[in-house]
Design a binder for this molecule. Structure first.
Ligand SMILES: [Ca+2]
Ligand SMILES: [Ca+2]
Length: 629
């Protein structure tokens, strides 16, 4: 897009009418933003010669209608110039020519200030809440709606090959859009796509395999959406179409690193743009280094500045120009596409103050926006550390949500049926009991698996009853439930040699697929049972105030029987799961603080109304019921 939406510098005066094309970031901006400041990054060979630094009056210089130039910055690399601008509160939308008169040249830049969407906070940029049901997918692996974009001539990787799990497979926005009916049938209200920004990389070697950037985590140009997915226009069209259907969109951000083929790596603006090391140094992955009262500065530096892999240079977000670039890009993406929320990759490896700054800047412009960091950590304290919490740590993170790995581990342990004092369902109970460290645990994003983990159906040894326990907790515990694509139709696999085994194509997503699990007819009986269960419970949940916004009371697990209630003044829902070895009845005599005033119970899956006493659960069985007066 950057070349197409080109920004022309016309060298007039001494250089006659020479015309050049420069890359300018952000590629456009808006009038009426709460923050009137805008910093343009101009990238072009020796652009510092064309725009020399010169002293501006303190009030700045008017360079276009409603736009004032406050400062010109040079950095070590002459291929970059940074311009500090102020946009007047009363500036009108439209394309204008920024005129910069410098000794020896008169630079003109075409630049557009657009009108902000009036739908922000209404049908777009709405945020994600516990009322939502989020569906995570890898766009390349979900469905191919446009085979003509599978290979893009100018890109380094010229392969699209479904026979290779390491190659790109051709999935795209159009393919996802073709299945909006499927998501709505399933009860899904929001989609989280792994990163959609251009990954114009060659194959990279990881774990002895030669891998394509099919997953999207190797950015090469922040302002270009990958053309194999549909490009900028395709993503905008996709976001608009989703919003029209009442489906929200969560974008996956990466502030921590870039591909080594990004121009930030091949032509870094400053010597400290990347966190450089004498030789490859990976992070120690120990989040404790950030909050350990006895931690060393050395360990913290390795954690924050180590490179995730040798082909993913680590960004130094302490550099103010880089920080501004990343913050403005986040705002640009949100306003341009109408993104409802952000999932932030590798959160715990990023400079902490920078993360708070980018989150605050996003919330300032889009008060409803949801931001959840990927905090793959090993304790509840660490999980809470990376979101708003109630702990007394010296540094306080401000993310308004977090990916809740601890409840995931709790649910996995509970599905494992161990009867240990701190294991099995007791681990889930204990994890929930530690919610006091979160400022608002209802905003935690909860899940059973994701694109980096063994698929949950394989984790439970393809035992539907155990998966059903997990799906039940996922859709009835506090928080924002997230399902990984295909779990609902029993997609399986473990990460045997690579992540790619848990990122297979959704069957039926490609024309001519022999199996189509998008349709009832294309699914086996077991797959339909699972799909129907998720769909029934998710659609009940959608209408249930108790499950989406209600309070929780949980009871101590007894011989593997775990019971909790979700309730508010309008509704009370009981969830009972038997992870023990013997048939068991709910212990009604101990639940009276939640059951008083009710006489019957309605099974939310079957609709059957029965007395409390009739309910009995076989081992691995679970029950979700709405109490009836
Ligand atoms: Ca395609
Ligand atoms: Ca880092």
């Amino acid at each position: 897009m950057k070349k197409l939406l080109s920004f022309l510098f016309l060298f007039v005066a001494s250089q006659a009418s020479a015309i050049d094309v420069f890359d300018v970031y952000p590629t456009n901006w808006w009038v009426g933003m709460k923050n009137p400041k805008l910093q343009l990054m101009i990238h072009s060979k020796n652009v510092a010669e064309t725009i020399p630094v010169f002293k501006l009056p303190a009030t700045g210089v008017r360079i276009a209608d409603g736009m004032t130039l406050k400062a010109i910055h040079h950095v070590e690399n002459p291929n970059y110039v940074f311009l500090d601008l102020i946009i007047a509160a009363n500036a009108k939308p439209g394309v204008r020519v920024l005129e910069i008169v410098v000794p020896g040249s008169h630079v003109k830049i075409n630049y557009e200030l657009m009108a902000k969407s009036k739908e922000d906070g209404k049908t777009r940029t709405q945020g994600i809440s516990s009322k939502d049901f989020l569906y995570l997918m890898i766009p390349d692996r979900f469905s191919n709606g446009d085979p003509s974009n599978d290979i893009i001539a100018e890109y380094r990787d010229q392969t699209s090959d479904r026979k290779s799990m390491f190659a790109r497979h051709g999935g795209d926005f159009k393919g996802i859009e073709n299945h909006f009916d499927y998501f709505q049938q399933l009860g899904v209200t929001a989609l989280w796509l792994t990163p959609i920004i251009e990954n114009n990389t060659g194959r990279m070697s990881e774990g002895g395999n030669s891998i394509a950037g099919y997953h999207g985590y190797w950015f090469t140009d922040h302002y270009q959406i990958d053309k194999r997915l549909g490009g900028n226009d395709g993503y905008l069209q996709f976001c608009n179409a989703a919003h029209k259907r009442g489906i929200k969109v969560v974008q996956d951000a990466i502030y921590n690193h870039i591909s080594k083929e990004h121009f930030f790596a091949t032509d870094p603006p400053t010597a400290d743009w990347l966190n450089n090391w004498p030789s490859f140094t990976g992070p120690n992955h120990r989040e404790e280094t950030l909050f350990d009262p006895y931690g060393s500065a050395y360990d913290k530096k390795v954690m924050l500045d180590g490179w995730f892999t040798d082909h993913l240079p680590d960004l130094n977000q302490r550099n103010p120009f880089l920080a501004t670039f990343l913050i403005q890009h986040a705002i640009w993406s949100t306003e341009y596409f109408g993104v409802d929320g952000w999932r932030v990759d590798t959160y715990k490896y990023c400079d902490e103050q920078f993360m708070n700054n980018v989150n605050a800047a996003l919330e300032k412009e889009f008060p409803a926006i949801t931001i959840f960091g990927e905090a793959w950590v090993n304790s509840v304290i660490a999980n809470a550390y990376f979101t708003q919490n109630t702990m007394g740590s010296p540094f306080k993170h401000n993310a308004n949500s977090v990916i809740d790995f601890q409840s995931c581990f709790g649910m996995l342990a509970a599905m494992g049926l161990s009867q240990g004092w701190t294991d099995g369902v007791n681990k889930l109970y204990m994890t929930m009991a530690q919610d006091l460290v979160y400022k608002n645990p209802m905003r935690n994003c909860i899940f059973l698996d994701n694109h980096d983990m063994d698929r949950v159906f394989s984790v439970v040894d393809e035992d539907w009853a155990r998966l059903k326990l997990g799906l039940t907790w996922l859709l009835t515990l506090r928080g924002i439930p997230q399902l990984y694509y295909g779990t609902e139709v029993l997609m399986k696999n473990k990460k045997t040699r690579t992540d790619a085994t848990v990122r297979e194509d959704f069957p039926g997503g490609w024309e001519g697929d022999s199996v189509n699990r998008f349709t009832e007819a294309g699914r086996t009986e077991k797959e339909n049972e699972s799909f129907t269960y998720v769909s029934t419970l998710a659609n009940f949940r959608k209408r249930s105030s108790a499950l989406t916004t209600g309070k929780t009371t949980q009871f101590l697990p007894v011989r593997g029987l775990y019971t909790y209630f979700r309730y508010d003044t309008k509704q009370t829902v009981i969830v009972v799961a038997n992870t023990g070895n013997n048939a068991a009845k709910p212990r009604w005599n101990t639940y009276t603080e939640r059951t008083t005033g009710f006489s019957k119970i309605k099974n939310v899956i079957t609709g059957k109304i029965s007395s409390f006493e009739e309910i009995e659960l076989q081992p691995k069985e679970c029950f979700v019921g709405e109490l009836v007066k």
